[in-house]
Structures are given as structure tokens and as C-alpha cells.
Design a protein around this ligand. Structure first.
Ligand code: NAP
Length: 256
């Protein structure tokens, strides 16, 4: 049993859908004050109304500094300070290198990697004021561990988050703040559903636990990193993938 995070002030970017919504639900269920952030206000409104607990929203483009800073400052003011930032928003368009427009590469880097830097930077004054803080990044197995055709930009951005993490952990220690990353495998979300049933079925068959992950599986890992009990862990990452990266070959998975 982890020490309660009841009353803690939390931001979850990308909290209107998928994994972010799952993280927000897990924290809200534990009694935290949660701000979910994304670009589409209608989706945010709907999610904030549907997640039970103390949940509000902030419209924000995580790739834009002014937008991130305004959202973070607004959430801290509304929630009486800031304890935990879950920098989760991300995008995963699938385009092979040969067909990729350089602008698409830049867009994915901005949404997935620049956003990690912007979210951390915006939180520092609040963590400094509080004398402590927690950051949890949502990275991926794709990039740091695995590859998939069409996701060169995505994989690079997700590996880049882990590179950012190491130095950020050192710099944030000055503010008594930890930063860690969750690396999801294939988690059942709206974004993943867009890739089609065939993709979902093939993926489930390649996972030792024989199912896609649930968004709460990632929320629970984020909750651990945000807990008092994880206070001496920083600059680290955990894979949450049902064992997906373990099999050495197709034969290995068929042997089960
Ligand atoms: P999703 O269902 O597509 O949801 C993405 C969320 O991010 C939405 O709330 C979206 O809202 C928000 N978002 C996207 N671009 C944004 C921007 N520029 N500014 C602010 N918010 C933005 O995606 P998901 O599957 O939950 O993925 C969430 C995170 O998990 C991503 O970082 C992804 O890389 C990572 N991940 C997912 C999986 C998986 O299997 N699903 C696996 C590994 C890692 P708006 O569009 O309204 O802005």
C-alpha cells in the first residue's frame, strides 16, 4: 500500500483521451486534484465531466511554450500549488522515411520531445516554491527498445525523452524533484484503435500476456513514480508491456 496522494496537485497532459485519461482517472480515484490538458476543448470538457473526482481542464498545445506556461501556472493557481506533472501528450503518425515530409518529422519532435522540456521548465518555479516535485514522462518501447516501419520520427522522439530524462534528473534534484519515465508497450487507446483491428490483433498475438495493456496499467506505474515510496528513484524508466519485448523470435512466442 502506497502512502496516499489525496489532495496532491497533478497535471496530466494528453489527459482527454487514452493513456492520459487513464493516468488522470487513477490519480483522481486516489483523491488527487487533477488538471487534464490537451488542445481540443470539447474532448477535455467531456473527459473532465466523466472522470470521477476533483478534475478540471486546461486547453494547451504542449509544443508551444506560452501555451504550456499559461496552462501550468493556471493549474497551480486553481489547485493551490503543484506536486506532480505527468507529461504524457504525444502523437504517432505512421509514415515511412521515404515518404515523410520534413515538416512531419519536426511536428512529431515538437509534440513528443520538445513538450517534455517545456513541461518540465514550466513546472520548475512551482516545484521550487513547494520544495519538492515529481515528473513522470510517457515514453514508449518504440524507439528506446524496438522499431516499427513508419515510426522513425516517433521512435527518435521517444528515445530522446529518455536522453532528456538523465540530465533533467540531475538538474531537478536541486529542487528536490524526481523525474522518471514509463515506457508503454501497446496500450488499448483511441489513438491505437485508429491503426485498425488487424494491427491490434497482430500485436495482441505477439505479447506473452496475450492482450493489449489497459490505460490504467500505465496510470498505476505513474502513480508509483509519483508516490512517497518512490522518492529515491530518479532518472529511471520502467517498461509496462505485458512482456512484449522479451520473445527472441516468432518461434519463441509460438512455444508458449
Ligand atoms: P491518444 O489516444 O491519441 O491521445 C493523445 C492525447 O494527447 C490526447 O488527449 C490529445 O488531445 C493529446 N495531444 C496530442 N497532441 C497534443 C498537443 N500538441 N498538445 C496537447 N495535447 C496533445 O494517444 P495515447 O495512445 O493515449 O498516447 C499517449 C502517450 O502514450 C503518447 O505520448 C504516446 O506516445 C504514448 N504511448 C502510447 C502507446 C499506446 O499503445 N497507446 C504506446 C507507447 C507510448 P488533443 O488532440 O485534443 O490535443
Amino acid at each position: 500500500m502506497l502512502t496516499s496522494i489525496e489532495g496532491k496537485s497533478v497535471i496530466v497532459t494528453g489527459g482527454s483521451k487514452g493513456i492520459g485519461r487513464g493516468i488522470a482517472s487513477v490519480f483522481a480515484a486516489q483523491g488527487a486534484k487533477v488538471t487534464i490538458a490537451a488542445r481540443n476543448e470539447a474532448d477535455l470538457q467531456k473527459a473532465a465531466a466523466e472522470i470521477s473526482g476533483d478534475v478540471r481542464y486546461g486547453v494547451c498545445d504542449v509544443s508551444d511554450w506560452d501555451s504550456v506556461k499559461a496552462m501550468v501556472d493556471g493549474a497551480a493557481e486553481a489547485q493551490g500549488g503543484l506536486d506532480i506533472m505527468c507529461a504524457n501528450a504525444g502523437a504517432f503518425p505512421q509514415t515511412k522515411i521515404v515518404d515523410m515530409d520534413p515538416a512531419e518529422w519536426d511536428g512529431v519532435m515538437a509534440t513528443n520531445l520538445r513538450s517534455s522540456f517545456l513541461c518540465v521548465k514550466a513546472c520548475i518555479p512551482h516545484f521550487e516554491k513547494a520544495g519538492k516535485g515529481r515528473v513522470v514522462l510517457t515514453s514508449s518501447i518504440t524507439g528506446p527498445v524496438t522499431g516499427f516501419p513508419g515510426w522513425s520520427h516517433y521512435g527518435a522522439s521517444k528515445a530522446g525523452q529518455l536522453g532528456f530524462l538523465k540530465t533533467a534528473a540531475m538538474e531537478l534534484s536541486r529542487y528536490n524533484t524526481t523525474i522518471n519515465a514509463v515506457m508503454p508497450g501497446n496500450i488499448y487507446t483511441e489513438g491505437l484503435q485508429d491503426l485498425g483491428q488487424e494491427y491490434l490483433d497482430t500485436m495482441a498475438a505477439s505479447i506473452p500476456l496475450k492482450r493489449l495493456g489497459a490505460v490504467e496499467d500505465i496510470g498505476n506505474a505513474a502513480l508509483f513514480f509519483a508516490s512517497d515510496e518512490a522518492g529515491y528513484i530518479t532518472g529511471q524508466q520502467i517498461v509496462v508491456d505485458g512482456g512484449q519485448i522479451i520473445p527472441e523470435s516468432l518461434e519463441a512466442i509460438e512455444e508458449i
